[in-house]
Design a protein around this ligand. Structure first.
Ligand code: AMP
Length: 143
């Protein structure tokens, strides 16, 4: 199964925020959209970083409520690990495990065209396992 198959099912909507938005705006976006991370874009719309709910918690733990008025650019992760539509779900799982993160933006020709979360990966793997079990059952009963 490839990343493009996941995006084909879930869609290619990407929730993004500007790097000069405040942490408070980012927290509101995460809560209202019911997501765990937002892609951060610079002035030209290019990928500048990623900000997850963990970054918000860490920022408030370290800087208290005053962190909420500061820009997202201070707290986001700049070295974003990305993938492409042709990558396999196994490759994304390995990337998430080694990097210890749960979100991977998808790039096509340098543009963010989707995002894959650990929830998408788990859902896909479960569906694959169910399909494999069904074909094994069919194979055994036909034998
Ligand atoms: P997450 O597990 O996705 O909530 O993120 C945990 C930490 O990893 C946070 O500091 C995020 O900013 C960072 N992070 C999330 N996704 C990525 C990614 N694709 N590449 C690099 N860092 C990431």
């Amino acid at each position: 199964m490839l990343v493009k198959h996941i995006l084909g099912e879930k869609g290619r909507d990407v929730i993004a925020i500007a790097s000069d938005a405040t942490l408070s705006e980012a927290a509101r976006m995460l809560a209202h959209k019911r997501i765990g991370a937002v892609v951060v874009r610079d002035d030209s719309g290019m990928l500048a970083g990623i900000l997850s709910e963990r970054d918000v918690v860490r920022a408030v733990a370290d800087g208290s409520v005053s962190a909420l008025a500061r820009p997202v650019s201070i707290y986001m992760t700049r070295a974003v690990a990305t993938c492409e539509e042709q990558d396999t779900v196994e490759e994304i799982m390995e990337m998430m495990t080694i990097g210890r993160f749960r979100h991977v933006p998808v790039l096509s020709s340098g543009q963010v065209t989707g995002i894959v979360s650990i929830g998408d990966v788990v859902k896909t793997r479960i569906a694959e396992t169910v399909r494999e079990a069904e074909s094994l059952r069919e194979y055994i009963s036909a034998a």
